[in-house]
Design a protein around this ligand. Structure first.
Ligand code: ADP
Ligand code: MG
Length: 256
């Protein structure tokens, strides 16, 4: 598999009047085209910092990110970023929310809007297009947030704990659902989660980070015999517990 991104020795510190907070250190990994990578690690270890660097919102202090597009070009892939909360605006209809990114970027073309309408139909939100976000269920709101992200046709999706505001049951359904939808688009995805079971059931690879400053403790490919496309079924795969134990051990072992 060709790597879309190659991170090499990435390091970053926050600087303030009180001194320096080293957030991440010596992070190196590649992300293949169409690959789903999950990143797990203790709270406050530097996960969001890492994602912000990959998104291009922060410049790394150390290290480099190399791009290797399928078309051979060197431009940075278009990035879609989805956060913990859906961040839908209550004063806008569902439709006005999902086209917000296009509006801001002056990309309200016929082609883009047709794509959004297609997604609204595919994701069962078409009948809710004129409703307010508060009239949607938690899962539907996340779907709307996903449509808004996909509207800009990103090549790389970055999800920062996108399901953690949902209750457990909804979360199981919505995470399986959203990841299924993203897989169908063939896009590359990096998802941060603190739920190991979620990581194993959704991702092709799980990267475990240490406590701050985050370093890579484990980079584990996941192959589930039961997965197919159904991440709920994946939780019943015979290898699931072994992966869980391996990752749990990596997560809880002493940082050196
Ligand atoms: P995570 O997403 O893993 O919870 P973050 O990447 O958000 O962790 O933060 C890593 C560390 O950097 C934390 O200790 C946090 O307090 C610190 N940090 C995050 N953002 C800033 C900032 N803007 N200024 C100073 N310190 C920050
Ligand atoms: Mg975070």
């Amino acid at each position: 598999m060709r790597n879309l991104l190659e991170l090499k020795d990435i390091g970053y510190s926050y600087h303030s009047l009180h001194g320096e907070t080293k957030a991440i250190e010596n992070i190196s990994f590649g992300v293949g085209v169409g690959e789903f990578v999950a990143v797990v690690g203790p709270s406050g270890c530097g996960k969001s910092t890492l994602l912000s660097i990959i998104a291009g919102l922060l410049a790394p202090e150390q290290g480099t990110i190399t791009v290797n597009n399928p078309d051979g070009s060197l431009r940075y892939p278009r990035v879609g970023y989805m956060l913990q909360r859906d961040h839908l605006f209550e004063w806008r209809s569902v439709y006005k929310n999902v086209v917000l990114g296009l509006e801001i970027n002056h990309m309200m073309t016929e082609e883009r809007l047709e794509y959004v309408n297609q997604l609204l139909r595919d994701y069962g939100l078409d009948v809710f297009r004129n409703k307010r976000p508060s009239e949607l269920s938690g899962g539907m709101k996340q779907r709307a947030a996903l449509i808004r992200t996909l509207a800009l046709n990103p090549e790389l999706l970055l999800l920062d704990e996108p399901f953690s505001a949902l209750d457990y049951q909804t979360r199981l359904m919505v995470s399986a659902d959203i990841c299924h939808l993203i897989r169908a688009t063939g896009k590359t995805m990096i998802i941060i989660t603190h739920d190991l079971a979620e990581a194993i059931s959704l991702a092709d690879r799980v990267i475990v980070l240490s406590g701050r400053p985050a370093r890579i403790k484990r980079d584990l490919p996941i192959h589930l015999t039961l997965s197919g496309d159904d991440s709920l079924a994946a939780r019943n795969a015979p290898e699931f517990n072994q992966y869980f134990n391996t990752l749990w051990e990596a997560l809880t072992s002493e940082d050196q």
